[in-house]
Design a protein around this ligand. Sequence first.
Ligand code: GDP
Length: 297
Amino acid sequence: MFDTLSDRLGGVFDKLRGRGALKEQDVVDAMREVRIALLEADVALPVVRRFIDEVTEKAVGQSVLRSVTPGQQVVKIVNDALVDMLGGEETVGLDLVAAPPVVIMMVGLQGSGKTTTTAKLAKLLREKHGKKAMMASLDVNRPAAQDQLKVLGEQVGVATLPIIVGQQPVEIATRALNAAKLQAVDVLLLDTAGRLHVDQQLMDEMKAVAAISNPKETLLVVDSLTGQDAVNVAQSFGSQVDLTGVILTRMDGDARGGAALSMRAVTGKPIKFAGTGEKMDAIEPFHPGRVAGRILG
Ligand code: GDP
């Protein structure tokens, strides 16, 4: 995960750490390399600028340069700034405090990993949080989508709403809510339709489903590998519905890290989980401190 970025930054910081004394120019030179590494990782330009300015200002302070281990201190400043950029020290979990059935609405583009992530989350809620979960697919555009969720539900041991061919998303959501109430379900996960591009029909459908289901969590699933595009998608969705968080999928294959590093700063939305593989338990709470640690090696 984030290997390319990590290698680049590792090279810069090994040089810094190896020196006994540091001059202001050494810090400025190192930050120039960090800037290039972040831009190559597809981090948004304004985010990179702010990061470099902030780190440089702190690092050229006399207390740092005159200290016994200036290189170490600069790396610490970079680490702290990375953690900030990733969303701060704390993991932001799910807020499920509401009268059951608590609704989690999953939104995103087709191919982002939305259906897989819905099932992973349902499994996590069942196994780690002891919740009775139910899933319903509202994707009536892609013929196999509803069946796909059903199959995944069987795999993870979570019930799915029986499929009635011909029903529209709002009708399915209404039926899912009623079924969840009748069956004393704690958490209902609604897997909304995705499309290849953000379009008005997708947004309208999502808003209509939100209006009737009153989700406590509206989670956007985006593909980490798409870098800046993932951030743009989050901005588009965020302008239409009240997103409570983002789930970044395919972090396992992402060598660059641009989406993770720009998401919070650009959209203001916390990354709540990371998808780390195709298996049903390949999902982890997104932990900025650990991710920063991995990037800095
Ligand atoms: P949807 O169209 O957004 O519902 O996407 P799917 O859930 O069908 O996922 C598309 C593909 O991405 C599937 O082959 C998933 O196994 C795969 N996928 C989803 N999440 C991850 C992840 O975190 N890591 C990896 N490596 N593959 C993933």
